[in-house]
Design a protein around this ligand. Sequence first.
Ligand SMILES: *[C@@H]1O[C@H](CO)[C@@H](O)[C@H](O)[C@H]1NC(C)=O
Ligand SMILES: *[C@@H]1O[C@H](CO)[C@@H](O)[C@H](O)[C@H]1NC(C)=O
Ligand SMILES: *[C@@H]1O[C@H](CO)[C@@H](O)[C@H](O)[C@H]1NC(C)=O
Ligand SMILES: *[C@@H]1O[C@H](CO)[C@@H](O)[C@H](O)[C@H]1NC(C)=O
Ligand SMILES: *[C@@H]1O[C@H](CO)[C@@H](O)[C@H](O)[C@H]1NC(C)=O
Ligand SMILES: *[C@@H]1O[C@H](CO)[C@@H](O)[C@H](O)[C@H]1NC(C)=O
Ligand SMILES: *[C@@H]1O[C@H](CO)[C@@H](O)[C@H](O)[C@H]1NC(C)=O
Ligand SMILES: *[C@@H]1O[C@H](CO)[C@@H](O)[C@H](O)[C@H]1NC(C)=O
Ligand SMILES: *[C@@H]1O[C@H](CO)[C@@H](O)[C@H](O)[C@H]1NC(C)=O
Ligand SMILES: *[C@@H]1O[C@H](CO)[C@@H](O)[C@H](O)[C@H]1NC(C)=O
Ligand SMILES: *[C@@H]1O[C@H](CO)[C@@H](O)[C@H](O)[C@H]1NC(C)=O
Length: 547
Amino acid sequence: MLQLIQFLVAAGTLAGYTVQGLSTFQWPNQLLDYADHQLYEGTMDGLVEGCTPRVNTPRDNTTISAQWLRLAYNDMSTHNVDDGTGGLDASIMYELDRAQNVGEGMVQSLQDFNGLAIIAPFFGMADSIALGAVFAVKGCGGPVIPYSAGRIDATAAGPPTVPQPQQNLTTHIELFRQQGFNETDMIALVACGHTLGGVRQVDFPLIVTDTSIDVDTFDTTPAFDNTIVSQYLQNTTQDVLVVGPNVTTQSDLRIFSSDGNVTMQSLLSADTFSDTCATLLQRMINTVPSAVNLTDPITEPFQYVINDPLFSYQNGTFNMITALRVRKTYLYSSQCECYSDLVMGRPAGGSFCPSTGCSKQSSSTQPVFFTVFGEAQGFTASRYLFNATINSTSSISKFWFEINNNDGSDPVVVDNGGSGFVIEQDPSLSLFVDAMRSELIFSENSGGFIAFLKVLGDAASASASMTAFSPFSTAISPPFTPTTTSINLELDETNPPEGGFTFFTANSSISGSFLDLTANVGSTSFTVENFNLAFAVSSFPSIVISS
Ligand SMILES: *[C@@H]1O[C@H](CO)[C@@H](O)[C@H](O)[C@H]1NC(C)=O
Ligand SMILES: *[C@@H]1O[C@H](CO)[C@@H](O)[C@H](O)[C@H]1NC(C)=O
Ligand SMILES: *[C@@H]1O[C@H](CO)[C@@H](O)[C@H](O)[C@H]1NC(C)=O
Ligand SMILES: *[C@@H]1O[C@H](CO)[C@@H](O)[C@H](O)[C@H]1NC(C)=O
Ligand SMILES: *[C@@H]1O[C@H](CO)[C@@H](O)[C@H](O)[C@H]1NC(C)=O
Ligand SMILES: *[C@@H]1O[C@H](CO)[C@@H](O)[C@H](O)[C@H]1NC(C)=O
Ligand SMILES: *[C@@H]1O[C@H](CO)[C@@H](O)[C@H](O)[C@H]1NC(C)=O
Ligand SMILES: *[C@@H]1O[C@H](CO)[C@@H](O)[C@H](O)[C@H]1NC(C)=O
Ligand SMILES: *[C@@H]1O[C@H](CO)[C@@H](O)[C@H](O)[C@H]1NC(C)=O
Ligand SMILES: *[C@@H]1O[C@H](CO)[C@@H](O)[C@H](O)[C@H]1NC(C)=O
Ligand SMILES: *[C@@H]1O[C@H](CO)[C@@H](O)[C@H](O)[C@H]1NC(C)=O
């Protein structure tokens, strides 16, 4: 008979606990979960916030946002609507020797994404480039672009179809058409793109002939705004692709004026500019080979997301740790103290749950620091940590959360859309990384992990192995591709078999951020895929023992 676990949360007031259907997250969905995390709690923020031109740095004296947006567009440019091939697929990593992709900023941007270590087995460089575009725009004060994940990285170059300044209007219209954009779209997309950045002299010496200029910016503001449009229409533009001395490379003038300035006139409205750019740039980053399926767009942080539960076993009991992120709105942030007196209690009519430990109050609360997206949208959040003891014989089948407002109203039940958060008995509780015995060892290159195997047959017949995925490429220049290392686990002498479990151990480099585990017991094989070690370590620092 399986035990059920119910987590109860009681809060002083209802403030902020508004349930919104649109942001319901159905667990488990590792890709969506990861995309939400990168968007709202990720690390890209720091490089683009403030939209500061990087003067006297190896960043070309321009904004990182400008570089990330150009990278995304040029990568996407390989799309062909006629046969559904190409698009935003990271093929740019194999196309950097082409004249249209010239510039240190391209390599530096790819190095950013490699170095940020956000690449996962299911979230590649292409998803990172698209995410970079979304951060680039928001970081410079532009609109929120709904983000979808699920791109697939190319392994070779695509066709050379990035538009170039010396090409004529007919060619540009055709290239944009192939990418899926009509003439109106083309005009607006170029304006949206050229609100950031400029032309770098050393890369385009025939366009920017004055060698004292470093980057000839398209307009006078680094921000994502419609100055590019107003200065063009006022005939005060400095855009070298409009007013440059060489008529051949006045491509922005040809494009902007191609419909008698009608589209540019419409973009004089800041709201129209913002909305149009959001729509077009979303289409741009979602331009992918037709075989690729993207997730639904994430438009706001999910109301509730959980951390995948982590298990540990000792002396007849499991410890399960998990966490619930609860979204709030700024509207209520002045009352945020109300969450500090969260308590957990036994369920009211908890007859299903006879022994101690089946409902738990949160052990601690962490503030969640959202990126520019959460801030711009007026959201904040708290994460409630839970640590439950579970009888290892009876185990559990599922858990859920209840948020009790202590005001006589019914508690808000967070039960994953009615199904609860279901713990599969196999393989979840047959093979898992023991969160409390695993250690992060700060030595030269090792982090120690102990996997934990439930032996169903003869212990002597058991064996285990793991593959560690590292998002880092040690390559000096693109392509940056992740590395995997396969390791056989050894029986752990220091933890003899106990309660039907056999302990295995292995050391892996800390940079391995995801683990695939396999265990064979006699003829039965168990696997756990994409165990997110980085999340485990960052979410529950207390499980990490440093030495
Ligand atoms: C950035 O601009 C400054 C001032 O114009 C210049 O001295 C410097 O060389 C430029 N840096 C780079 C990397 O081009
Ligand atoms: C535009 O350029 C293409 C390719 O160079 C050329 O074939 C075409 O004739 C040109 N069209 C016009 C209108 O100049
Ligand atoms: C381009 O497509 C948009 C809709 O995406 C439409 O509003 C516009 O009229 C089209 N422009 C042309 C020139 O077909
Ligand atoms: C725009 O400015 C240029 C030079 O600054 C000038 O030659 C041109 O006549 C102006 N055009 C209009 C329409 O004012
Ligand atoms: C103008 O630009 C084109 C294309 O880059 C180049 O071939 C031509 O030599 C340039 N003309 C002058 C006068 O620099
Ligand atoms: C479009 O605007 C530009 C820049 O102000 C101007 O030079 C050009 O003459 C305009 N074209 C039309 C057809 O109005
Ligand atoms: C995309 O979805 C379709 C329909 O569900 C499916 O047949 C196809 O295999 C999926 N493609 C990928 C790359 O997952
Ligand atoms: C294991 O549990 C038993 C019974 O609950 C207890 O007597 C024993 O001290 C525990 N051993 C350890 C190492 O905690
Ligand atoms: C969870 O609770 C167990 C038993 O009370 C304790 O040993 C362990 O340190 C706790 N783990 C965390 C991450 O708080
Ligand atoms: C665990 O569950 C088993 C079976 O239901 C029971 O016999 C045992 O007493 C329980 N252990 C504890 C410590 O509650
Ligand atoms: C893992 O590393 C630790 C510390 O360097 C060492 O004591 C241990 O023997 C290693 N274990 C394995 C399985 O290599």
